[in-house]
Design a protein. Structure first.
Length: 565
């Protein structure tokens, strides 16, 4: 995980990179982000650390182009809003029928209301600042910064070095964003040129060099905006020489999507912004697939896919989960060489000239149809990337407790991990959970209730082979939104089933190997929403099973046939 310091006095100040913290291993929190020497990177990091400590520092704010004095207390940066008159002609928008918003690095043409437009512009501007710090060697402003900060001494503050300097950061161009009014406006604007666009909430067009979004407060929509902006930043805010071809067109497209998915984990709070980490929302799905379902795509297979072949896969959701998981592995893992390799690969895919020690050249080679071998993701003797990914995803109590989450979690999968109630005790209590998977974890009912006191928002719950028992019944009675529940191989029995009697959303129920008996048949049959139920290896008799099938002929009973070993 990369930790990013934010001003402690005002949550609206731009994020600033602090120290590199890999929360999924035992790395020291004092390790610096620049793990190799790139001119200006460490000084740029120091600049932001100084601003985090003194968010009103006029010299630093002036250099970055941020408001100074009383303006600093009111806004992060200057946002200009006016009636739109210069939208691209291909949009076909009538002059004055939309709003035009300008930030230091963005130009937005918006059908949304002004407040919403400003909020989204602010978030995207924050993403820009974080990206410049994390991917400084690839950013087109890095040479400018390196020149301005080249004389900063190791024992000198950046602010004092800039005090008498007229130097100011400047942007080559602004990123263009089109913000539509709603989902219908979004689909109507892009539908003809981009089939299937209605299934998305954001899109970056390489051809138009424009990102398209519509307002939504959902976490998925926010993540999607950040995902697409990362595509735009690598394409337009670097010295990319890529023309006429999409990045990753022939191979290694996994990294193009993986790095954008990695940034979906960005979380901004009052004092810290983080990217990556064990609590990254996307890693929960990867953990479910890789650890829970043994559904891992070999790394070399991932590398051979170019843009077209990847998009044509029938298992695209699985492919994305693996791509993002491998990206987390290489960036958050414990090997500096692997992080450097990611920078080199991105430079090659986007054809960005860079100078990172160890790559052998100041010019990044163009990607070839046959991908070069990946580095080993662990020190020698190294396991395969596949083995390393499995190990990386397996968090334990030490990692949970030494790296407490700060993001508002709604989804958690620890299936196949090495956690106990001791580690789970470090999770903040919240009633916002929608998905919890603690399969095969040695946790009891009290452990679950502690960090999820009220389960009324739960959609999916998997407690297979855990230590929960019928004491969970009163808590489950409140979980009326559940669609899927797995109590297989637990000590839950008839009292637990009785607590589900009033549920109207439950569709899938796994009770394999649990303590239910024929006494639960009437309750199970009364749950009209049930579509699938498994009661194999329970105390339900053949007569009870026949009765259940008679009462509920529309329900798929025992959908999976267990084999006798």
């Amino acid at each position: 995980m990369v930790a990013v310091a934010i001003s402690s006095s005002d949550s609206d100040h731009p994020p600033a990179v602090g120290n590199s913290v890999r929360r999924v291993c035992d790395a020291s929190p004092d390790e610096n982000l620049p793990a190799w020497n790139v001119d200006g990177w460490q000084a740029y990091q120091r600049l932001w650390n100084e601003l985090a400590a003194d968010p009103d520092a006029p010299v630093l704010r002036r250099y970055l182009g941020l408001p100074i004095g009383s303006a600093a207390a009111k806004s992060t940066f200057t946002i200009k809003s006016s009636r739109g008159r210069s939208a691209p002609r291909w949009l076909g928008w009538r002059s004055g029928s939309y709003r035009q918003v300008e930030t230091p690095h963005l130009q937005l043409f918006s059908h949304a209301d002004e407040q919403t437009t400003r909020e989204i512009a602010t978030d995207l501007e924050h993403v820009f600042w974080v990206w410049t710090q994390l991917f400084f060697p690839l950013w087109d402003g890095s040479q400018q910064v390196a020149l301005h900060l080249r004389d900063v001494a190791a024992d000198q503050s950046v602010a004092s070095a800039l005090a008498d300097s007229p130097a100011r950061m400047s942007s080559r161009r602004k990123l263009r964003v089109v913000l539509l009014k709603d989902a219908d406006d979004y689909a109507r604007t892009l539908g003809q040129s981009t089939p299937g666009i209605e299934q998305s909430t954001g899109f970056y067009s390489d051809e138009r060099q424009t990102s398209f979004f519509y307002p939504s407060a959902s976490a998925d929509a926010v993540a999607s905006r950040r995902h697409e902006l990362i595509h735009q930043l690598f394409r337009e805010s670097t010295r990319s020489r890529l023309t006429g071809e999409l990045p990753g067109a022939r191979s290694d497209f996994w990294l193009i999507e993986g790095i954008a998915g990695y940034f979906e984990s960005l979380h901004l709070d009052r004092c810290l912004a983080t990217v990556g980490g064990w609590d990254s929302p996307r890693l929960q799905f990867a953990r479910y697939r890789v650890l829970g379902g043994r559904d891992l795509i070999p790394f070399q297979e991932m590398r051979t896919d170019g843009h077209a072949s990847a998009q044509q896969r029938s298992d695209l959701a699985r492919w994305y989960a693996n791509a993002i998981a491998y990206t987390h592995l290489f960036l958050d893992g414990d090997t500096v060489a692997n992080r450097r390799w990611i920078y080199q690969q991105l430079a090659a895919l986007y054809q960005i000239p860079i100078d990172i020690p160890g790559d052998g050249s100041s010019e990044a080679p163009a990607p070839s149809p046959a991908p070069s071998p990946a580095p080993s993701p662990a020190p020698s003797p190294a396991p395969s990337p596949e083995r390393a990914l499995v190990d990386f995803l397996k968090v334990d109590d030490h990692q949970l407790r030494s790296n407490p989450t700060t993001r508002p979690l709604t989804q958690l999968c620890l299936s196949g991990c090495e956690t106990t109630s001791f580690g789970l005790a470090s999770l903040p209590a919240t009633s916002d959970w929608t998905w919890i998977d603690l399969s095969r974890q040695p946790i009891a009912t009290d452990d679950l209730i502690r960090f999820c006191p009220t389960p009324d928002r739960l959609d999916q719950l998997s407690l297979e082979a855990s230590r929960v028992d019928d004491s969970i019944a009163p808590w489950l009675r409140q979980a009326t939104g559940l669609r899927e529940l797995d109590l297989s191989w637990t000590r839950c029995g008839d009292p637990t089933i009785a607590s589900l009697a009033g549920h109207t959303n439950l569709q899938t129920l796994w009770l394999t190997g649990s303590g239910v008996t024929d006494a639960a048949i009437a309750t199970l049959a009364s749950i009209k929403s049930l579509e699938s139920i498994d009661v194999q290896r329970t105390s339900i008799t053949s007569a009870g099973l026949a009765k259940l099938k008679t009462l509920r002929p529309d329900c798929n009973v025992n959908p999976l046939q267990l084999r006798v070993q």
